[in-house]
Design a protein around this ligand. Sequence first.
Ligand SMILES: Nc1ncnc2c1ncn2[C@@H]1O[C@H](COP(=O)(O)OP(=O)(O)OP(=O)(O)O)[C@@H](O)[C@H]1O
Length: 375
Amino acid sequence: MRKTLGERLAYEGYAIEATDDVSEASEMCRQMAFDVVLTDDSSNASPLGIPFIVLAGAGDNQIQRAVTAFRDGAMDFLQIPSDINRLYDTLRRYSEEEAPTQTPLPKQRMSAHAMGRARRTRTSSVQPIIGSSNAIGNVRQVVERIAAFDTRTLITGENGTGKELVARWLHAKSRRASGPFVEVNCAAIPSELIESELFGHERGAFTSAIKQRKGKFEQATGGTLFMDEIGDMSLAAQAKVLRALQENKICRVGSDKDIDVDVRVIAATNKNLREEIAKGNFREDLYHRLSVIVIRVPPLRERSSDVPELTQHFVDEISSLYGIPPKPIDSDAMEALSAMRWSGNVRELRNVIERLIILSGDTITIDDVHKYCQS
Ligand SMILES: Nc1ncnc2c1ncn2[C@@H]1O[C@H](COP(=O)(O)OP(=O)(O)OP(=O)(O)O)[C@@H](O)[C@H]1O
């Protein structure tokens, strides 16, 4: 599909780069200006914060994949080959709409089944932060106030409260918005790999280092590095990150040359870092480097007045994903939803709404809520 589509789009006048290797794609993005990404895996494309379209072959689990794609921020989800004309139309419209803001390039540059960078994250591509409670209003206000500054920011809050969404807004409203938004989940990387993941490595630095590779700090140059689950990083890794933050310099594994980095660091954690410091699990000096500003995103149970608005938002979004009219919700069902504890916060609410849309009849009733939600 990649080859055929690449040839066809090249014939249409687009400049195409194609690869089947994710890290090679990231590298290409560092070196060239792309407008859009075509990929079959939104999780690979979304961390770059670049507009992307997800393509799926026939027979894949379409609904689940479409839901995941849009959740990750895809511009569109298309089935190939049946939606091929829609793909051409979307690309044509997109390049026409976007053309005036482009630096004059003879052709739109595009990466097929890979990654691209050009306009990257635009404010319009970040989902809105929904909610009218004072608690979420305060969060929005802090975002507005600090976004323009390069201040290091620590976002705290339970899982699923919206910490990543807040980080994306900070980026989108900053002067770095046209730079990359690079996310690294510190909890997901084994401690022996974290140094190379964050700082990169030279060829031959260790047995599996067959090529030179840039780390997340370098990839985020000119943009924002979002370090998620920072409280789960090993003490050894914390020491290395501390040095990078103190000196704004990094050193690739296997190299003795320092590289200057121009990155705004936003960190997030669901842990109480003060407690982790007391227990000896987190370095106090790193905490102070990261937490010039601290934004606490409150759990949903502390802002249950937001539940109806969030519910309506997810009903509209999910119904439109499935191509069905939004299902009405009875008022007592809405009340029951507002009264729940939501230990998984906004993410859990979204999942429950999706379940209710699929399983309920024409209207979502209180019986559906009792039957299908065990919060
Ligand atoms: N206020 C909000 N308005 C709209 N959507 C929201 C809001 N808060 C969270 N969401 C949505 O809820 C989901 C979870 O949010 P997000 O991933 O930002 O949470 P998180 O705190 O980073 O979670 P984790 O700690 O598990 O990484 C996402 O789909 C996000 O878009």
